[in-house]
Design a binder for this molecule. Structure first.
Ligand code: HEM
Length: 310
């Protein structure tokens, strides 16, 4: 029965599509954890503090020039183990970011050295009011530390050689069957769970992968538990996959939400925490990608946590 409701929900959503994006008018601060709650040096922090405001300036890395810094996932996928375009005269760089090796990373070189036959040290220009001039040294140091730590994504997943693993780039929860008025996150400081009622709740996920479209991802399962670890023993359930809606990603840029976990939390006690994990495969990895995984501790784990409220 719930299956038919889900297909009906996907159909209704598909039919309801209009040009106007209902999220555009929404004030978004409580849908994603605020910037201040992100650990310094986490990739989402680097994106929100440096790559988006200073590099994705209009006419620069806003899709005009590579790397593409507008969203957290486009920034990650266009620098980590990503080949360079305008190398130095000695052609000595292979990738923009080589996990674990700052000096071999062209990104770092372009921010610290004038590479001949290029337009100069990045950022080429700084917008009025930018905090770059005051913080450039600490920002470069934060990027160096992130590279030295192996260039993990925002959930602590280390990149594997070759094709990068799929990423979850957005998560929103709604009353079952709806994709408007998402449930907010708690307002206490830090990364807070999404606050939901004890009843049927739809959790939508947005995925991004360097080479596989979200709708072509395989496996597509989720696990729900009241414990943050020990997911091996939790039965997997299927995600419903289809064109859902466009909404804010973790960096508040618009992305397509395509994967739905239909939950029924009826009978849950107020104050119960639910931990979610998703499992997908982009067809380029032998192991399925688990997000988050045991390596993702708080606070980043709590992007995937729900809390039952009255
Ligand atoms: C801290 C912020 C920025 C970072 C980290 C950054 C990083 C980079 C990197 C790594 C490249 C080389 C890509 C390759 O060849 O593979 C590059 C090229 C380029 N960037 Fe930036 N950039 C930043 C800000 C800017 C801004 C604000 C502008 C525009 C005013 C800009 C304009 C360009 C242009 C035109 C190129 C291509 C030409 C060249 O290689 O010199 N960048 N940037």
């Amino acid at each position: 029965m719930r299956g038919c409701v889900i297909i009906a929900a996907l159909l209704v959503v598909a039919c309801q599509k209009t040009d106007e994006n209902p999220f555009d008018g929404l004030d978004r601060p409580d849908l994603n954890p605020p910037l201040e709650s992100l650990p310094t040096g986490n990739f989402a922090w680097l994106h929100q503090k440096i790559f988006e405001p200073t590099c994705a300036e209009s006419g620069c890395h806003d899709g005009t020039f590579e790397p593409e810094f507008r969203t957290i996932s486009s920034a990650y996928n266009s620098i980590v183990l990503h080949p360079v375009i305008a190398n130095d005269p000695g052609e000595s760089f292979s990738y923009r970011v080589v996990p674990g090796d700052v000096n071999a990373s062209f990104l770092h070189e372009r921010m610290t050295v004038f590479v001949p036959a290029t337009s100069g040290i990045m950022p080429l220009d700084v917008a009025p009011g930018s905090d770059w001039p005051a913080n450039s040294q600490s920002y470069i140091a934060a990027i160096e530390q992130w590279i030295a730590n192996g260039a993990p994504d925002m959930f602590g997943q280390l990149p594997s050689a070759g094709d990068l693993e799929p990423q979850v780039v957005g998560l929103l929860a709604f009353p079952a069957g709806s994709t408007s008025s998402p449930y907010p996150r708690g307002t206490d400081p830090g990364v807070q769970p999404i606050e939901v009622p004890s009843g049927p709740v739809d959790v939508w996920f947005a995925f991004d992968d360097a080479n596989t479209a979200a709708l072509d991802l395989q496996v597509n399962q989720f696990k729900l538990s009241t414990a943050s670890m020990g997911f091996d023993t939790i039965p997997a359930q299927n995600l419903a996959v289809g064109n859902g809606f466009v909404g804010p990603d973790f960096g508040n840029a618009n992305v397509g939400f395509t994967h739905l976990a239909a939950l029924d939390l009826s009978g849950s006690d107020v104050g119960t925490y639910y931990f979610l994990r998703v499992y997908v495969n982009d067809g380029d990895h032998t192991e399925d990608t688990e997000i988050p995984n045991d390596g993702t501790g708080p606070p980043m784990r709590d992007y995937f946590t729900l809390k039952v409220v009255p």
